[in-house]
Every structure is written in structure tokens, then in C-alpha cells.
Design a protein around this ligand. Structure first.
Ligand SMILES: [Zn+2]
Length: 276
């Protein structure tokens, strides 16, 4: 997820990068880079992903290596392999929304917040925010719960949370094979925000890791956009007890502002309890 103001900057940067690529045909020959083809967009649309701003990014894996991956809805990482394997199996669940894949429950998810001296070590604010987010999930008494350790080793982790240079926000991905997505990146721009904002972004990205979609994926209204693409003809199933319209305080909105606290609203709690 991104701070609202950064969206324009990112779009401009994307434009600049795109125009640079047009000038520069020197594509590395040892690795076929990912492309946002019409086929890719069509598949994403069929999965009711918002395709208005799909980018290719360098994603850091659990082991710390990098790979090309798609970035969707501002903060969701999807590898080509994941995209190929994703299927709807009868429609996504809304509202709040989830992906087709969830984490197999009951289970304990081991989260490691990276520490140490490297650039991927979390700041104090990020660590405090992550701890607050984990506590909030565990306080719900869901069928999944989390352990959190801070370590310079990723050994045994199901989700590694690391820091990277960038504008305020974070990225994560969706579950696969019954496992949570294994990586959350928190960007250094969060340093100028409160622990509450850091807690919000940590909770939001973990929300993706366990299968939650953006509450406003259809409009990105929280980002000041209006890009409703409907449900792409695949339907959407309402989570009982949550609103069908725009939910202005959901922690799973696509964009955040500086006043967020990281707390779940009543609908978020209903959705989490429904899924887990
Ligand atoms: Zn998000």
C-alpha cells in the first residue's frame, strides 16, 4: 500500500521508466524479463484484480534473492508462476474481499522481523508497529495465530518482514498451497510516520499474506481514484455482515493517510472471523 500522495509520483516514474525502455533496447539476454502483456492483463481481470496500474518490479524472495514479479493494486506482488496457477474456483469473496487461496487453518504462522545492521533491518518504529499488528491479530482468537521474533536470520520463518528504501508503504502477496505469502516489505518512507501508521501498514500487508484483497479494489477510492471495473463477469460473494459499499475505515483499503492507527474496524473483524 502507498501513501496517497505517492501515487502520482509513482505513475510519473513509471511513465519515465517506460519511455526510457523505449529508447533503450539493450534488454539483458540472460534473463527474460517479465512483460505486462494483454494476456497477463486479461488473466488478472478474470481474477477481479484491478488492472489499472500493473507494473513489473524486482521482488525480494524469502531467501533474499530477487526475481521479476508483477505489482498489482500498488502493493500486491504476484509472480508469473502464481498468476498462471491462480484460478477462481467459483468466485472471489467480498466485501471485505479475499483471494481464492487462504491459509490452511488451524495453524501458527511464524513471523520474523529482520534485525541486524544491513539495510533490510527494520527500524524501531517498524518493529513496534509490526508487534502491535501481530498482537491485534492474536487478540482476535482466530484459527490462525502468529508468533513474532526479531532476528537477523530468516530460518524457520513463514513470513519475513524486511525494510527496503522507497516511499511510504509496503508490499506483500497472496497465499499459495495453503501457506501465507512469505514476504512483507516495508519501505523507508514509513520512517516519517507514527508507530500507528507503521502498525497499519504491517497489519495491511499481513492481511494480503493471509488472503485479503483491497476492500476498495473495485474503485481505489481511498487513493482518490475511480477505476471501477466491476467484477469482470465472475461475480463476487459478500461476506455476511460486512457492508457492500465503500468502507472508509477498513484497514484493507488500497491507500492510507497519516491518521490511520492500525486498528481493525468492526467489518474487518467480521471478515477475519469469517475467513479464519
Ligand atoms: Zn494492499
Amino acid at each position: 500500500m502507498k501513501k496517497i500522495k505517492s501515487i502520482l509520483t509513482v505513475s510519473l516514474m513509471a511513465l519515465i521508466v517506460l519511455s526510457c525502455n523505449k529508447e533503450d533496447e539493450a534488454v539483458p539476454t540472460n534473463q527474460e524479463s517479465l512483460k505486462v502483456t494483454p494476456e497477463v492483463l486479461s488473466k488478472m481481470k478474470s481474477l477481479s484484480l484491478n488492472t489499472s496500474d500493473v507494473q513489473v518490479i524486482q521482488n525480494t524472495t524469502l531467501e533474499g534473492t530477487t526475481e521479476d514479479a508483477f505489482l498489482v493494486e500498488g502493493d500486491i506482488v504476484i509472480t508469473k508462476d502464481q498468476l498462471d496457477k491462480m484460478d477462481l474456483h467459483g468466485g472471489i469473496t467480498t466485501e471485505q474481499y479475499r483471494t481464492t487461496n487462504l491459509v490452511s487453518a488451524p495453524r501458527t504462522i511464524r513471523v520474523v522481523g529482520l534485525t541486524g545492521t544491513g539495510s533490510s533491518a527494520l527500524s524501531t518504529n517498524m518493529r513496534n508497529g509490526l508487534q502491535a499488528a501481530i498482537n491485534r491479530y492474536n487478540n482476535l482468537g482466530l484459527s490462525i495465530n502468529f508468533t513474532l521474533t526479531f532476528s537477523s536470520s530468516t530460518s524457520g520463518a513463514n513470513i519475513v518482514v524486511r525494510r527496503q528504501n522507497g516511499s511510504a508503504g509496503g508490499v506483500a502477496g497472496f497465499p499459495s498451497g495453503g501457506n501465507p505469502y512469505n514476504s512483507v516489505t516495508l519501505y523507508s518512507g514509513l520512517d516519517s510516520y507514527s508507530t500507528n501508521v507503521n502498525a497499519h501498514v504491517a497489519a495491511h500487508e499481513i492481511g494480503h499474506c493471509i488472503g485479503l484483497r483491497h476492500t476498495d479494489w473495485f474503485s481505489r477510492q481511498s487513493c482518490g481514484q475511480n477505476s471501477n471495473e466491476g467484477t469482470a463477469g465472475v461475480g463476487a460473494i459478500h461476506i455476511p455482515g460486512t457492508p457492500s459499499g465503500y468502507d472508509s475505515t477498513s484497514y484493507m483499503l488500497a491507500c492510507f493517510n497519516s491518521s490511520v492507527t492500525g486498528a481493525f474496524n468492526a467489518n474487518d473483524v467480521t471478515a477475519l472471523n469469517y475467513l479464519y
